[in-house]
Design a protein around this ligand. Structure first.
Ligand code: CO
Length: 464
C-alpha cells in the first residue's frame, strides 16, 4: 500500500503564501483538473478560507464549497477547524459545533480535521461525535511543538486517547515546520506501535527541513502526507506533490498519482501564482527558507504579525527583544503550542511586556481568560507568581469549558433573523459577525435588485 497524498494548495498553500486570496473560480478550475490526480483527499476549506471569502473576495464560502463539490466526483474534500472554536475565536456551544459539522458535510465536506491549540481533547469531543453522526470521516490533529512537556511519551499518550475518542485517523500538525527528521521517526514509530490509527503528517517547508522530515516519517510508517502542487510548494507552504510522487515512484511507497492531471494543473497554478506575485500579496520572502524558525520555534505567520504590530507602534528596534520574550511568556503560560489563537495571544503579550517596560503590566483579555481555564487545560503548570499577579484569587475552571455554555443555535437564529436566509448564513454570522453582516447584506441587496419586479411583489407579500 503506497503513501497517500492530501493536496493542500487549495487551502493551506494559498493561506501560507498569499493570505488565502485564491478566488472561487480559481479554486474550482484547479479542483476540476486535480480531481483526476488520485489524491486521498484535497484540503479546500478552513477558517481563513471562510473569512477571506467574505471579507476580501465578496464570495460566499458555502457556495465555494458547493461549487468545488460539483467538480470533484472522485476525490474526498477535507477541511480544518479548531474544535470548540470552530472557525472563530471563542468557544461555541455544542449545538453550534454540531450544526456546523452537519452543514459542512451536507454542503460537500468528506473529511473533517479538528485540532485544539492546547491539545485538550475535551474541546474536540463534540466535533468527533457530530462528524461521525453525519457520516463524515473525522481526523484529530495534534498540535506539534517542542518543550520540556511535549515529549514522545506525551504525544503517544495523547494518540491513545485520540483512538479511544473514536477518530478515524490522527495527524501530527506541525504548523511552524519545526519537526526534525529523527523526532518524526521516533514519534511516528511510537504512535504506530501504540495505536491502530492511520497517521498523517502535516508540516511546512519554512525551515528547510520538511522534505527530510517527511521521508523519515514515511520510512517509519506514516500513512498520509500533506503536499502542495509544485508552483505553490516550498517556503511557508508544504513540500511539492510532484517531487514526492516522483521520489516514491516504483517503491513500496508509490502514491500512484496521475502525472497527466498534475501536469495539466501546473500552468494554471503558475498563472495564479504569477498574479499574486505581481499584485504584491505573495511576498517572494515567503518562498525561501527562513532561518529564524528553527532558532525561535515560532511559526512564520506569527513573525510577520509581530513585525506589523511593532511597525504600527514605531518600535521595530525592539523586534529582537520581543523574539526573546516569546519563549518566556510561553513558559509562564505552561508551554502552549504556538498555533491560533495562542500564537496571537502569546505574541501580543510579548509585545506588551517589552513595550510597557514591565512584564504583565498590561495583559490582553484573552490571556486573562486563558489563565482562568477558559481555553482548556494548561499543557504544563503556569508560573504561579504571574498567575497571582494577573488573576489574583479568582477561581480557575477545571471542567470542560463548553459544559458551561448553554445551547445557542436557536438564539443566534433569532438574533440574525433579519439578515440570515439559511442555517449556513446563521453559522457565517455566528463565526465572523461583522464581516458576515456586511457581506450578506450586500449579497442579498444585489440579488433582490436583480429580481423581476413581479417577484419582488411576491417576496414582499411573503414577508409581510
Ligand atoms: Co499548515
Amino acid at each position: 500500500m503506497g503513501v497517500k497524498i492530501v493536496e493542500t494548495s487549495l487551502r493551506d498553500g494559498h493561506q501560507s503564501l498569499f493570505a488565502t486570496r485564491m478566488t472561487t473560480s480559481e479554486v474550482v478550475s484547479l479542483a476540476k483538473i486535480l480531481d483526476d490526480a488520485g489524491y486521498y483527499a484535497m484540503e479546500v476549506w478552513g477558517g481563513a478560507t471562510f473569512d477571506a471569502c467574505m471579507r476580501f473576495l465578496n464570495e460566499d464560502p458555502w457556495e465555494r464549497l458547493r461549487e468545488v463539490k460539483k467538480v470533484c466526483k472522485k476525490t474526498k474534500l477535507q477541511m480544518l477547524f479548531r474544535g470548540q472554536n470552530i472557525l472563530g475565536y471563542r468557544h461555541y456551544s455544542d449545538d453550534v459545533v454540531d450544526m456546523f459539522c452537519k452543514k459542512s458535510i451536507e454542503n460537500g465536506i468528506d473529511i473533517i480535521r479538528v485540532f485544539d491549540a492546547l491539545n485538550d481533547l475535551r474541546n474536540l469531543r463534540q466535533a468527533v461525535e457530530s462528524t461521525k453522526k453525519y457520516g463524515g470521516e473525522c481526523q484529530i490533529a495534534l498540535s506539534y511543538t517542542t518543550s520540556p512537556v511535549h515529549t514522545i511519551e506525551y504525544y503517544t499518550n495523547l494518540a491513545k486517547e485520540v483512538e479511544k475518542l473514536g477518530a478515524d485517523s490522527i495527524c501530527i500538525k506541525d504548523m511552524a515546520g519545526v519537526l526534525l527528521p529523527n523526532d518524526a521517526k521516533e514519534l511516528i514509530t511510537a504512535i504506530k506501535k501504540n495505536t491502530k490509527l492511520m497517521v498523517e503528517l502535516h508540516s511546512h517547508s519554512t525551515a528547510g527541513v520538511c522534505e527530510l522530515t517527511y521521508m523519515a516519517a514515511i520510512n517509519a510508517g506514516c500513512d498520509i502526507i500533506d503536499t502542495c502542487l509544485s508552483p505553490l510548494s516550498g517556503g511557508t507552504a508544504q513540500p511539492s506533490t510532484q517531487a514526492f510522487n516522483t521520489v516514491l515512484k516504483n517503491t513500496k511507497y508509490d502514491p500512484m498519482l496521475n502525472e497527466d492531471a498534475l501536469h495539466l494543473a501546473e500552468p494554471l497554478m503558475e498563472k495564479v501564482k504569477a498574479k499574486y506575485l505581481e499584485n504584491g500579496l505573495l511576498n517572494p520572502k515567503a518562498l525561501s527558507v527562513n532561518p529564524n524558525i528553527l532558532k525561535y520555534q515560532v511559526p512564520g505567520g506569527m513573525l510577520s504579525n509581530l513585525m506589523n504590530q511593532l511597525k504600527a507602534q514605531n518600535a521595530m528596534d525592539r523586534y529582537d527583544d520581543v523574539l526573546k520574550e516569546i519563549p518566556n511568556v510561553r513558559r509562564d503560560m505552561g508551554y502552549p503550542p504556538l498555533v491560533t489563537p495562542l500564537s496571537q495571544m502569546v505574541g501580543t503579550q510579548s509585545v506588551l511586556n517589552v513595550l510597557m517596560g514591565e512584564r504583565y503590566k498590561m495583559v490582553v483579555n484573552e490571556i486573562k481568560d486563558y489563565l482562568h481555564g477558559k481555553y482548556g487545560k494548561f499543557p504544563a503548570e503556569v508560573n504561579k507568581d504571574i498567575l497571582k499577579k494577573i488573576i489574583g484569587d479568582d477561581e480557575i475552571i477545571t471542567c470542560r469549558p463548553a459544559d458551561l455554555l448553554k445551547p445557542e443555535f436557536e438564539s443566534l437564529k433569532e438574533k440574525y433573523k433579519d439578515i440570515a436566509r439559511s442555517d449556513e448564513d446563521v453559522l457565517s454570522l455566528a463565526l465572523f459577525e461583522s464581516v458576515a453582516i456586511d457581506f450578506l447584506k450586500k449579497k442579498y441587496d444585489e440579488e433582490d435588485e436583480k429580481e423581476e419586479p413581479e417577484s419582488e411583489v411576491i417576496s414582499f407579500n411573503l414577508y409581510m
